[in-house]
Design a protein around this ligand. Structure first.
Ligand code: DQA
Length: 148
């Protein structure tokens, strides 16, 4: 069975408590559980990792690649706006990924409109709250069906 990885970056462990007007009231455990259920219903297995550390996120991409994980759904949090190293991890492994954000990053501060990942992602989903993760998984599914 194909495995997909859900990777969440810094401060996303605070979901549910963190700026709920922007990020909603659902916590990360609930989001991960829902993602796993949807994955299983689609014939996939999902691993879920959250870290506040850039190096752990990078190592998670490397490990996913060496384990044969098919694709990644990533909410990079603020590292999406800043991390050349995370970009290089995706370029270096060639792992296909979808970038997701809960909030609409284009409707916020200017610096959030810049992503170092979007142009090398399969695509970007932004602004649908917790549903962004479901849409990310659907996008991965469509990609895997087309590219297998
Ligand atoms: C976010 C948007 C980022 O700009 C921010 O730094 C986050 C959350 C989102 O899901 O909307 O941590 O990735």
């Amino acid at each position: 069975m194909s495995t997909v990885l859900l990777l969440n970056g810094p401060n996303l462990n605070l979901l549910g408590k963190r700026e709920p007007h922007l990020y909603g009231e659902t916590n990360l455990k609930e989001i991960e559980l829902n993602f796993k259920k949807l994955a299983v219903a689609s014939g996939l297995v999902a691993d879920c990792i959250q870290s506040n550390s850039e190096s752990i996120l990078i190592e998670s991409v490397h490990t996913a690649s060496s384990k044969g994980t098919e694709a990644i759904v990533i909410n990079p949090g603020a590292y999406g706006h800043t991390s050349v190293a995370l970009r290089d991890a995706f370029l270096g492994t060639g792992l296909p990924f979808v970038e997701v954000h809960l909030s609409n990053v284009f409707a916020r501060e200017e610096f959030r409109s810049r992503s170092l990942l979007s142009d090398i992602a399969i695509g970007l989903i932004s602004g649908f709250g917790e549903k962004s993760y479901d849409l990310g998984l659907q996008a991965i599914l469509a990609y895997l069906q087309k590219n297998k």
